[in-house]
Design a protein around this ligand. Structure first.
Ligand code: IPM
Ligand code: MG
Length: 362
């Protein structure tokens, strides 16, 4: 049966990097006979400009009838001053929440060819392979009440609410344990249970879910210590499970261990198999339209889409091998470039991956 993939290029570098993933998709459809139909939609600032909402109903309808979604990135300075509820980021949060994409998997894997590009010493990061499991539809990102209010003394006060219910914690903990059971079998749950009640409960619930997974080794770590340990000795981690905001911060931190945030894909999954796939990086408006953005995180996100939503594990692995091959051949976008390497643009990198893939699958 034909499977539909919804493509949301978004803003900034989004369209350029998505175009490279679409080259890979075109190859799969035209050269390998994959029965896929590509649909396109609007999300973020481009949607606001075109139809007046960052997450149009039309996009929700398309999303619901798709097997999976591939997203570029949203946001940019152009929309910073629009009313809060209409900002591009709100569109992203709304689609995550609407589709209940609560489990955000963010692998931080170092390609050995890029060990030099990391800001940390090679021996600290070599063979790095961490899987972040970030809670994505709850916590302080969504808690009510929220806002900016006027106090009696005439000054304004900003406020947000960190909330987690037991069921929200339980389901993300289960995801982490399941993921760990297919890896090294170790979960580190990151919280701030010494200060925040919401994460005191987090720790309690993670401990009770752990009873169902006797073979998984569970450790708890406060978020400040986790940030330090990620830079000091990142290889101690296998799976890190954490809240929405801590996961946002720590996954950016970990991306630099791998050389560039331009290398990190992500999958946001719901219970019903629905999934949205996007690079972990943002829309990088400062370099948009210059053909210098790194498309590899987006291409690797497509590989995650094929693996998790379409169960096409073989081609997913072949795409990962193609990325590895272009790195071995010396292709580098500006963000991962080093002396002696072949500095290429976004387009050329996309072409190189398709060429490598063609020689791997044939
Ligand atoms: C991310 C991004 C988003 C987030 C922004 C754009 C809303 O930083 O996916 O990590 O904070 O979740
Ligand atoms: Mg982020």
């Amino acid at each position: 049966m034909t499977k539909k993939i919804l493509i949301l290029p978004g803003d900034g570098i989004g369209p350029e990097i998505i175009a490279q993933a679409e080259k890979v998709l075109a190859f799969l459809i035209n050269e390998r006979g994959f029965d896929l139909k590509l649909d396109h939609g609007l999300l973020g600032g481009c949607a606001l400009d075109a139809v007046g909402a960052p997450f149009p109903d039309e996009t929700l309808k398309k999303a619901k009838s798709s097997a999976a979604i591939l997203l570029g990135a949203v946001g940019g300075p152009k929309w910073e001053s629009v009313e809060r509820s209409l900002r591009p980021e709100r569109g992203l949060l709304a689609i995550r929440s609407n589709l209940q994409l609560y489990a955000n998997l963010r692998p931080a894997v170092l390609f050995p060819q890029l060990a030099m590009a990391s800001t940390l010493k090679e021996e600290v990061v070599s063979n790095l392979d961490i899987m972040f499991v970030r809670e994505l539809t709850g916590g302080i990102y969504f808690g009510e009440p929220r806002g900016i209010r006027m106090l009696d003394d005439g000054q304004r006060q900003g406020f947000n609410t960190l909330v987690y219910s037991e069921s929200e914690i339980e389901r993300i903990a289960r995801t982490a344990f399941e993921v760990a059971s297919k890896r090294q079998g170790r979960v580190c749950s990151v919280d701030k249970a010494n200060v925040l009640e919401a994460t005191e409960l987090w720790r309690e619930v993670v401990n009770s879910v752990a009873k169902d997974y006797p073979d998984i080794e569970l450790q708890h770590m406060y978020v400040d210590n986790a940030a330090m340990q990620l830079v000091r000795a990142p290889k101690q981690f296998d799976v890190i499970v954490t809240t929405n905001m801590f996961g946002d911060i720590l996954s950016d931190l970990a991306s630099m261990l791998t050389g560039s945030i331009g290398m990190l894909p992500s999958a946001s999954l719901a219970n019903d198999g629905n999934g949205m796939y996007e690079p972990s990086h943002g829309s990088a408006p400062d370099i948009a339209g210059q053909n210098i953005a790194n498309p590899l995180a987006t291409i690797l996100s497509l590989s995650m889409l094929l693996r998790y939503s379409l169960c096409e594990v073989e081609i997913a692995e072949q795409i990962e091998r193609a990325v590895s091959r272009v790195l071995s051949e010396g292709f580098r976008t500006k963000d991962i470039h080093s002396d002696g390497m072949n500095c290429v643009g976004t387009n050329e990198m996309g072409d190189a991956v398709v060429k490598a893939l063609a020689s791997i699958v044939n």
